[in-house]
Each structure stands twice: as C-alpha cells, then as structure tokens.
Ligand binder design. Structure first.
Ligand code: SF4
Length: 101
C-alpha cells in the first residue's frame, strides 16, 4: 500500500482509499453520504452502512481509488477489467473499462 493509500477499518468491511487515483467524480459521497463524507474526519466510516451497500458504491468508483476487503465473507474485490480515465477537450472525465489485461 502506498503512502497515499489509507485503510478505514469496519466490523464487516475495510475500505481502502488511494488518494492519488481519485478523480473527484463524487460517486462515493453522493452514493452513500453516511459512509463517505469529506466534511468529517476520518472521511470514511466503514461502519456507516451495510457492507453490501458500501461494496456496491465502491464498485462504481470510476478511477479505482476505492477498494474494499470483505470481512464477513472470505471474498476480496477482484476486478474483471481495468479502468482508464481520460479527460476530453471540454475537461469532462470519461472512464473506460477494458476487458482483459
Ligand atoms: S467515487 Fe472514486 S473517484 Fe469519485 S470521489 Fe469517490 S473515490 Fe474519488
């Protein structure tokens, strides 16, 4: 884990945030404000909602800045594909998922 990565520990799920990857798309804070709140410290409350809901929102993060480790199951997030991020000429962030490695 890099210096810019931080782990937020919960009872049933741990959330890992890689700040250097974040493109500030805000899907996390809009999707689950009880868990992801930039006005609070720490900004991630891994016990703020059910693990399934947290995992679902994390899977929508377009940059891969968020990861999770389930502790209630022996399951770790394993992405099937890679995410790349591009900025178009209007400054709009586009994310693409490529199949394969
Ligand atoms: S959804 Fe991902 S990219 Fe968007 S603000 Fe949250 S961590 Fe950053």
């Amino acid at each position: 884990m890099s210096n810019k990565s931080k782990r937020y520990t919960g009872q049933t799920i741990d959330v890992i945030f890689h700040s250097e990857r974040c493109v500030h798309a805000a899907r996390c804070v809009k999707g689950l404000p009880e868990v992801f709140d930039v006005k609070k410290r720490p900004w991630v409350n891994a016990d703020g909602e059910e693990a399934d809901k947290i995992a679902k929102v994390i899977e929508q993060c377009p940059s891969g800045a968020l990861e999770y480790i389930r502790k209630d199951r022996s399951e770790r997030e394993e992405p099937n594909d890679r995410t790349t991020v591009e900025v178009d000429s209007n400054g709009i962030i586009l994310s693409k998922r490529k199949l394969g490695h």
